[in-house]
Design a protein around this ligand. Sequence first.
Ligand code: ADP
Ligand code: C5P
Length: 253
Amino acid sequence: TTIHALKNTVLKSHGRPPWYGEDGQPISDAFVIGIAGGSASGKTHVARQIVQSLGSIPTVVILSQDSFYKRHTPEEVALAMENKMDFDHPDALDMPMFTQCLMDLKKCRQTNVPVYSFQEHQRLDETQYLYGATIVIAEGIMTLQDPALRGVYDLKIFVQADSDLMLARRIRRDVKERGRSVEGVLDQYLRYVKPAYDNFVLPTSRYADIIVPGSDNHIAIELISTHVRRQLRERARRFRPKIVSRRPTGLPL
Ligand code: ADP
Ligand code: C5P
């Protein structure tokens, strides 16, 4: 097992491509999981716990919405440095690009994911290349926002945590990892993060198939991975005849 951890995206690979037929074309879509929840609720952590819990699944990609903040003008960067940019409105994210990358991965196509710097408040020039996986986990505060996007997921999760816990985690993380000051995090939180959570993020919990606690969630993770494994087994049963008949040699499935 190799885990390539680059910024927000993790690719776990056992080196076997998913669902490919004899002609090299994918036979089935990837299984797509959407994880929403407030900032620092534990979405990334839940995504990684699911990957760990799934164990022997060939390939899992985590696609983080954090990678899809729009490119900013120098004026916007200056405002961001003073914590006066609203990054919690749905318009702050490049949703068409996020949807495109997610659809590419769902259809087992390769894709290029933008790389975003939280220190610089800017999209960088580099991109990250990702290729098809059996399971794609999309996580971000706005993953359940768009009705069309909600139709893409096979499983929708909302990570629920108390606001004080999210704020405490955010202060600690943003100071340690995103180059912020406590004062700055608090300003931004009161001005933008908290109102947006109440107005845009929390209401999307109603679309989730399952609400997962943002802490002490081992049983919920186990239930999710059992469900996903069962879904994949059913898919494999459905597609197995097709895969076998299209395989040129007796390659093991
Ligand atoms: P999100 O992706 O929702 O912004 P993260 O998963 O990055 O949140 O978590 C934010 C912080 O909270 C991280 O520092 C992480 O270590 C911590 N954290 C997340 N989930 C848990 C958990 N179940 N138990 C303890 N700490 C957690
Ligand atoms: O990883 P997480 O879900 O916490 O990321 C979302 C948060 O990132 C948003 O609440 C937004 O305020 C924050 N953000 C930021 N600076 C940026 C871009 C986003 O603090 N330049």
